[in-house]
Design a protein around this ligand. Structure first.
Ligand SMILES: Nc1ncnc2c1ncn2[C@@H]1O[C@H](COP(=O)(O)OP(=O)(O)OP(=O)(O)O)[C@@H](O)[C@H]1O
Length: 430
């Protein structure tokens, strides 16, 4: 093999990102002056060391899409910032093969005194592009950002939405090899969020390496091919997203056991902008034809009751019709069951002129045992990854099980009993 061929082969097999013992810790002091005193001879240790990220070995291959999950303060942003070089590690070595574009803190890397245009060139230079290369992409970046004439105003005059749009446009238009995103999968408002999401998916399809942290476990499972769960700076699990998320959810469940679901309903805040993503206009939920809301709480009977959800929405008529999903939650906040049009391969339709659509789902003969239950409903993009609107919770109902007073658990499962003696008949319980 020639030396050139060897080089090519080694760079093809080289991971996009390699971390060897990379960690980050901070010295924390009760009083600011302790920091100074510690530097002086004779004053001894005045502070304590806080480990934001314990030393970590990690290899990320080209084309991998990695999701970081974990609670607040777990070390997710620290890891992303170390990889992007905006934080210096306290230990270890880090190698990056390719150009990284990052969306970290809002507008980090932007100089507030410079105009948007100047910042695009500044950012391009930071990302290793020549002035000519940035100039060649400038129109695309400007158009993508949709900030219009504001491009020639200093960015200190921008709203946070404009800031994010421009930062996102630069990050995705400079053809990065590696895209690092801190909680920005739904950048900005309605139509822009959708466009950004499509661009991220296009980068994924082109085989780019993507790292992002998200509190949406669903998104991590839908988009990533590997997940990494961090807790208090330690890697708790790493591997296939479904497995890592399951472990993380078990951990959260154990930590939060007893958590009540009886909270005020949350709904996506009203968005402004010309094109709003699809939103619910009405959700009607009934149990045995009795309205179920948060204040009207009908009671059903195990095996006899039917839950019906009718959802109405409106969205841009030229977008694909959204996917609808519902979840059934127990009183401890645990999800008991779910259904989604994208999962069942149903394509809801909407009116081609008004963008209005509706769907009904019926769950007959509910097998839920005695207890309290909540319903949550969601509107999502057609492939069920990006959330447009939600009602959490949307309705509340209870179940009673007069025929099964002693049966424990959440659901009644149909079963067949068999006597070991073949002469005796089998017994089926529906
Ligand atoms: N400059 C700093 N000085 C001291 N401690 C810090 C500093 N920056 C971060 N930390 C600490 O490091 C730990 C990890 O923080 P990090 O921001 O990486 O968590 P995270 O998982 O991204 O959290 P979130 O989901 O809230 O964004 C936290 O305990 C945080 O308080």
């Amino acid at each position: 093999m020639s030396s050139n061929a060897q080089e090519t082969a080694s760079s093809a097999t080289q991971p996009a990102i390699t971390l060897s013992g990379v960690g980050k810790s901070y010295r924390l002091y009760e009083r600011p002056k302790d920091r100074l005193l510690e530097l002086l001879p004779g004053f001894g240790h005045r502070g304590r060391t806080h480990t934001a990220l314990a030393p970590l070995d990690l290899k990320i291959g080209h084309g991998e899409v990695i999701g970081l999950i974990g609670r607040n303060g777990a070390g997710k942003s620290t890891l992303l910032q170390l990889i992007c070089g905006t934080l210096t590690p306290s230990s270890g070595q880090l190698k990056v093969d390719g150009r990284i574009a990052a969306l970290l803190e809002l507008g980090s890397g932007f100089n507030p005194e410079f105009t948007g245009r100047e910042n695009v060139f500044l950012n391009g230079a930071i990302l290793g592009l020549s002035k000519t290369q940035v100039a060649a992409r400038f129109d695309e970046i400007h158009a993508f950002s949709e900030i219009g004439e504001a491009i020639d105003q200093p960015v200190k005059t921008y709203s946070s939405g404009m800031f994010v749009r421009l930062a996102f446009a630069v990050a995705v238009c400079v053809e990065p090899d590696i895209l690092v995103i801190d909680e920005a999968l739904s950048v900005g408002d309605g139509a822009f969020a959708r466009k950004s999401f499509d661009r991220i998916m296009a980068l994924k399809a082109q085989g780019k390496t993507i790292l992002f942290c998200s509190h949406s476990l669903y998104q991590v499972e839908a988009i990533c091919n590997r997940a990494l769960w961090l807790n208090q700076g330690q890697v708790m699990a790493e591997g296939a997203p479904a497995q890592v998320i399951e472990q993380y959810e078990r951990f959260l469940y154990a930590e939060e056991h007893g958590h009540s679901h009886a909270q005020a309903p949350t709904s996506t805040p009203t968005l402004t902008g010309a094109q709003q993503p699809p939103r619910f206009t009405r959700v009607a939920i009934t149990l045995d034809e009795q309205p179920a809301t948060l204040s009207q709480v009908p009671e059903g009977q195990t095996g006899h009751s039917e839950l019906c959800i009718q959802a109405y929405w409106q969205g841009p008529a030229d977008w694909p019709a959204p996917s609808f999903a519902m979840t059934l939650m127990g009183s401890d906040g645990r999800m008991i069951a779910s259904a989604g049009t994208h999962i069942d391969r149903i394509s809801p339709q909407h009116d081609a002129a008004s963008g209005e659509g509706q769907i009904e789902i019926r769950l007959p003969a509910l097998s839920l045992l005695k207890g309290e239950y909540w319903v949550e409903v969601y509107l999502m993009c057609e492939n069920g990854i990006m959330f447009y609107d939600q009602q959490i919770p949307a309705a509340h109902f209870t179940m009673s099980s007069p025929e099964r007073m002693l049966e424990q658990g959440l659901v009644h499962l149909p079963r067949r009993w068999s006597a070991l003696d073949p002469a005796l008949p089998d017994m089926t319980v529906e």
